[in-house]
Design a protein around this ligand. Structure first.
Ligand SMILES: O=C(O)c1ccccc1NCC(=O)[C@H](O)[C@H](O)COP(=O)(O)O
Length: 196
């Protein structure tokens, strides 16, 4: 099971996630309690070995703003939340990194429909930490896709059984309060997800 830990802002938590076997790490560079500047994301990304994907997370910014932040931070993937048109993905293709399209269950769930490499199927309000009806997407997305939204160390097994995703993504579920990550929760989430 592919696991992405999102919304990291402290070096300690980046180290924990890498050592506990995360496949990808996300840095939120849009309005959020987890927001980091591109410069801070660059410092954190410099700690990450090449086998772990670094992802810049955005919502609603225009492609040029996303491009500038991605280049300044050095992330190897860009994750776009919100109703971005196909053209925004096309415009970012030449960055050379992976493109992640983050959507809710009502959207087009064909991975690649917008030239993205990976689909992230999230709760209607990304980053809220609220669980949703994961079973509603069972068998619907095509290609490589991550399940997100309200996952925790305690419920990730149930969520994976319900939705049968290729991978999972967590942020709020490994926090003690919005934006404050916890190393023991990060380890517990990775252990539970990898036991699937
Ligand atoms: O984390 C945020 O505050 C955020 C704000 C705006 C767009 C995206 C945001 N987060 C995305 C993620 O961290 C994950 O992709 C996912 O939504 C995590 O969900 P959850 O575990 O429920 O926090």
């Amino acid at each position: 099971m592919y696991v992405k830990i999102c919304g990291l802002s402290e070096p300690e938590h980046v180290t924990t996630a890498v050592e506990a076997g995360a496949d990808a790490i996300g840095f939120v560079m849009t309005r959020s309690p987890r927001r980091v500047t591109p410069e801070r994301a660059a410092e954190l990304a410099a700690q990450v070995p090449p086998h772990v994907l670094t992802v810049g997370v955005f919502r609603g910014e225009d492609p040029e703003t996303v491009r500038a932040a991605a280049l300044a931070s050095g992330v190897r993937a860009v994750q776009l939340h919100g109703r971005h048109p196909h053209a925004d993905f096309t415009a970012l293709k030449d960055l050379g990194g992976l493109l992640v399209r983050a959507v809710d269950a009502e959207a087009d769930l064909r991975c690649g429909a917008y030239d993205e490499d990976l689909l992230l199927v999230d709760a209607p309000h990304a980053g809220s930490g609220l669980p949703w009806d994961w079973a509603a997407v069972h068998g619907r997305p095509s290609g490589h896709w991550l399940l997100a939204g309200g996952l925790t160390p305690a419920n990730v097994t149930e969520a994976v059984t319900a939705a049968a995703p290729w991978g999972v993504d967590v942020s709020s579920g490994v926090e003690t309060s919005p934006g404050v990550k916890d190393s023991s929760l990060i380890r517990a989430f990775l252990k539970a997800a990898h036991s699937r």
